[in-house]
Unconditional design. Structure first.
Length: 254
């Protein structure tokens, strides 16, 4: 036991110990946790551990597993590109989450800390208790405080387990949301023209076309008014056969 401090001072032995610890751990290990593996009189410095971690990251650069920083800790994990092969090791059906649950989780991740009221305002629907319980039980979401307003609603945020599961070093590694863009910009990329972008020449052409259609309708209406055998038009014939009546003349004289 007396020679342990002298062994850990050697860089190669220190690297082997840290490598073994990271492979055996079931959670990401921080630099502080790695230092606690050694006795007080033989603890490496944070700088020494950092150098070992950099060396391990380089050594595993071309392998099937990688050293990845998760939050403030480090862990070994398989590379994402080998997931199709590794997925066959677990033939069981993976847990499935509803669209509402994933939308709620996304809102919490990007807008935290948020209340249920905030989530409902963004989604436009009521957030059920079951959805929040599912995310809390999964360990992805937790209550992080209370908002200082009447009622003091609970504030929710993501957890370290959330970062661990999605292999994120921090919230800053979340995928960037698509920025809002002007409709005109999108239309230009799609080679489309918005109604508000009609030129003056097109407006005049459209007016001329509508006027031409109106003239054609009038001409067509005139052509279908034909003469009967008396040489009068139907309109004149109807006027003679159905004279206007004076309402007063039909009143019965008493």
């Amino acid at each position: 036991m007396n020679d342990r401090p002298s062994l850990v001072r050697e860089q190669s032995e220190l690297k082997n110990i840290i490598e073994a610890a990271l492979l055996a751990a079931d959670r990401p290990l921080t630099v502080k946790a790695l230092k606690s593996l050694f006795p007080n009189d033989g603890q490496p410095t944070s700088e020494q551990i950092g150098e070992v971690l950099d060396t391990l990251e380089q050594e595993y650069d071309a392998r099937g597993i990688e050293l990845r920083r998760i939050g403030k800790g480090y862990r070994f994990q398989s590379r994402e590109k080998y997931a199709p092969w590794l997925r066959k090791l677990n033939e069981g059906r993976p847990p499935r989450y509803s669209r509402a649950s994933l939308e709620t989780l996304a809102i919490i991740a990007y807008r935290q800390p948020v209340t249920r009221g905030d989530i409902e305002e963004i989604r436009g629907v009521v957030v059920s208790t079951d959805i929040m319980r599912t995310l809390v039980d999964r360990g992805w979401v937790k209550e992080v405080g209370r908002r200082d307003v009447p009622g003091h609603p609970a504030l929710f945020g993501t957890t370290r387990e959330f970062l661990d599961y999605f292999s994120l070093g921090g919230l800053n590694e979340l995928p960037t949301l698509k920025e809002k863009r002007e409709p005109a910009e999108v239309a230009k990329e799609l080679n489309l023209r918005l109604p508000l972008e009609i030129t003056d020449g097109e407006i005049e052409a459209q007016v001329d076309m509508e006027q031409s259609d109106a003239d054609t309708d009038v001409q067509h209406s005139a052509e279908i008014i034909h003469l009967d055998t008396s040489g009068k038009t139907h309109s004149e014939h109807e006027s003679e056969s159905e004279p206007d009546l004076d309402v007063d003349s039909e009143r019965e004289v008493t």
